[in-house]
Design a protein around this ligand. Structure first.
Ligand SMILES: *Cc1c(COP(=O)(O)O)cnc(C)c1O
Length: 368
């Protein structure tokens, strides 16, 4: 049997009727961009996160970009980002003309609050903690630093829908929370989509205007805006997925707990769960210097794995002009060399999870 890294079919098939009904409702309505479905989704998602406002946009990158834009971050400004994030976090900073300042992660793969404090300077205009792999960052410590220095926090929640820190959902801590609904995310659309969450009415309104050509009223353009709108059909489908969100998190937790239990003695570094947090397991990673051999070994046994991420942003070709070198961020570099993501998806059968565990145990037995 083949075990894929991910398979999005199951999510759809399980509630197929509801998805078809939602798409048909939109198609029949004759209204396809920014309408009643988007409005309802924004309200429902704001409720889910526990904030006053949600604004739907075209993607997770746009959510981050528009959040920084609304905070008026631009050339000459610095924004703190994790050294071990997906490149989108960094792109949002540089697309605004600002400079990314990288900070290494703590033992939970989240932005280190200790190192954060040392990296803040007079030009720092925002801090972007990324709740990587589905686990919240150390929000208490990060918020304390942010409040002391008066710097806004923009949470990158693209991998952490429903993750909680001390019982509160990510995306409700910072000035703005940014979500992606890319199909593979825990709450995924059937195409590109994203949203911002906030308790700040002024910022929500600003982003609402920015996403739609800088206008509130048709053909009255108040600012230089963008086209970053959410489709009605995606919003309608997201409303269905949101209704079944708890089931998704529960299922992911079950698989992750099984991995944690069965792999605890194989000699790899397993994910650690931050106290008082709910990890939603967007990705389940193991860390080993023998990553390449392990990946090949599993591939031969028809188990597909993935790497998040093979090149840290500071070493990416796209950012060669920033002038960073190998060795500048050793923790992020070690992660990119050693980390491997195991299959984990909704609809994954017990025998598939068993097969992955068997493969890994087999590999480590052969090496002792
Ligand atoms: C997916 C992702 C994004 C970008 O989301 P898109 O919807 O693909 O633009 C941003 N940050 C992180 C951490 C992500 O995983």
């Amino acid at each position: 049997m083949e075990v894929p890294f991910n398979d999005l079919k199951f999510v759809y098939q399980r509630h197929r009727k509801e998805y078809l009904e939602a798409s048909r409702r939109v198609l029949d309505s004759g209204w396809y961009v920014l309408g009643p479905e988007v409005k309802s989704f924004e309200e429902e998602f704001a409720d889910f996160v526990g904030v006053d406002h949600c604004v739907g946009v075209a993607s997770g990158l746009d959510a981050l970009f528009l959040a920084l834009k609304a905070l008026e971050i631009g050339p000459g400004d610095e924004v703190i980002v994790p050294s071990n994030t997906y490149i989108a976090t960094v792109l949002a900073v540089t697309q605004n003309g600002a400079k990314p300042v990288f900070v290494e992660p703590d033992q939970y793969y989240g932005l280190s609050a200790q190192l954060l404090e040392k990296s803040i300077g007079p030009k720092t205009k925002a801090i972007i903690p990324v709740h990587l792999y589905g686990q919240p960052c150390d929000m208490k410590a990060i918020l304390e630093i942010a409040e002391k220095t008066g710097i806004p926090v923009v949470e990158d929640c693209a991998q952490a829908h429903g993750a909680t820190y001390q019982g509160r959902c990510v995306g409700s801590f910072g000035t703005i929370g940014c979500y992606s609904f890319y199909p593979t995310k825990n709450l995924g659309a059937f195409g590109d989509a994203g949203a911002i969450t906030t308790n700040n009415k002024h910022l929500a309104e600003k982003i609402r205007i920015l996403r739609n050509y800088g206008s509130e009223k048709k053909y009255q353009n108040m600012v230089v805006g963008y086209n970053s709108r959410l489709d009605e059909i995606q919003a309608a489908l997201l409303r269905v997925r949101l209704r079944h969100m708890e089931e998704v998190v529960f299922e992911r937790e079950k698989i992750a707990n099984f991995y944690l239990k069965k792999l605890k003695d194989v000699g790899f570094v397993l994910p650690k769960i931050r106290p008082l947090c709910r990890h939603v397991w967007h990705l389940f990673t193991v860390e080993t210097p023998a990553r390449k051999e392990l990946q090949t070994f599993l591939k031969e046994r028809k188990i597909e794995t993935s790497i998040h991420y093979p090149i840290p942003p500071h070493l990416s070709e796209a950012y060669s002009e920033l002038g960073f070198r190998k060795g500048d961020f050793p923790v992020a570099e070690r992660m990119s060399d050693q980390i491997l993501s195991l299959p984990l998806y909704v609809g994954m059968e017990e025998r598939d999870v068993d097969q992955v565990v068997c493969g890994i145990r087999c590999f480590s037995r052969g090496r002792i």
